[in-house]
Design a protein around this ligand. Structure first.
Ligand SMILES: O=P(O)(O)OC[C@H]1O[C@](O)(COP(=O)(O)O)[C@@H](O)[C@@H]1O
Length: 223
C-alpha cells in the first residue's frame, strides 16, 4: 500500500492479491473552513512476477504501475452527503451514505458526464502562469465564443475531489495546469473514473492512464 502521506510504500503481507494507492485526505487545508474534502484510491493486482525481489523494491514497483493497469479506483467525497464513487472498469457508479443504516446506497448508477457543460474549474489566480494556448481557450469559452455559444462560468473549490465530482455531475472541464497533482494517488484514479463516465484525463499532452510513473510522488498538470 502506498499513501500520499508517506515517503515509501508499505508491504503489508505476502500473498495478498491487491496493491492500494491512496490520497487519504485531499483538501485537508480546507477543513477548518468546513469545505468538502475527499479520499482518493486506486487498486492494482499484485505483480506476482516480481515476488522474489527484496520487499522495498517490490513494494515500490507494485505501486508504480501505470494507470492502464488499474482494476478499480474511486473516491469518497465528504460534503453535504458522503458519496463513494467507484469504477471496476465497467462504468462509474456512486453510492450515498445512509447514516441511520451505515449503508452506502447506489444512488448514481452508470454515471455519464453530460456531453456539454457550462462550467470550467481552475485556479484563475494563476492565469498569467498558464501557457498561451490555455489562456486563449479559457478566454474563448468564458466569452461564449467557442463551439458552444454560451458563456462558461467558473467554479473552483480548490478541493480536488469536490471539483472533480461536480464536473462528473454537471459536465464541463476541471483542471490544474501546474505541476502539482500526483500521478499515482490523484491523476490516475480520477482519470480512470472520468474515462468510465465518458470523459478524459490528460496532462495537457498525454493520456494520463498511459503515462508510466517513474517516481511515487511524481507531480503533473491534470485536465
Ligand atoms: O493551488 P492550486 O494549484 O489551486 O492547487 C489546489 C489543489 O491542490 C490540492 O489542495 C492538493 O494539494 P496538496 O496535496 O498539497 O494538499 C487539491 O485539493 C487542489 O485541487
Amino acid at each position: 500500500m502506498a499513501s500520499e502521506e508517506d515517503d515509501a510504500p508499505v508491504w503489508i503481507t505476502d500473498n495478498a492479491p491487491f496493491v492500494v494507492v491512496t490520497d487519504p485526505l485531499d483538501g485537508s487545508r480546507n477543513i477548518d473552513a468546513s469545505i468538502p474534502t475527499g479520499t482518493i484510491f486506486g487498486i492494482y493486482n499484485r505483480l506476482t512476477e516480481i515476488d522474489n525481489l527484496p520487499t522495498e523494491e517490490k513494494a515500490l514497483l507494485n505501486s508504480l504501475q501505470s494507470g492502464n493497469r488499474l482494476i478499480a479506483a474511486g473516491y469518497v467525497l465528504y460534503s453535504s452527503a458522503t458519496i463513494l464513487c467507484t469504477t471496476f472498469g465497467s462504468g462509474a457508479h456512486a453510492f450515498t451514505l445512509d447514516h441511520p443504516s451505515g449503508d452506502f446506497v447506489l444512488t448514481h448508477p452508470d454515471i455519464k458526464i453530460p456531453p456539454r457543460g457550462q462550467i470550467y474549474s481552475v485556479n484563475d489566480a494563476r492565469y498569467f502562469d498558464w501557457p498561451e494556448g490555455l489562456r486563449r481557450y479559457i478566454d474563448t469559452i468564458r466569452q461564449g465564443k467557442g463551439k458552444f455559444p454560451k458563456k462558461y462560468s467558473v467554479r473552483y473549490i480548490c478541493s480536488l475531489v469536490a471539483d472533480f465530482h461536480r464536473t462528473l455531475m454537471y459536465g464541463g472541464v476541471s483542471m490544474n495546469p501546474r505541476d502539482h497533482l500526483r500521478l499515482v494517488y490523484e491523476a490516475n484514479p480520477l482519470s480512470f473514473v472520468a474515462e468510465q463516465a465518458g470523459g478524459k484525463g490528460s496532462d495537457g499532452k498525454n493520456k494520463i492512464l498511459s503515462i508510466q510513473p517513474v517516481k511515487l510522488h511524481q507531480r503533473l498538470p491534470l485536465f
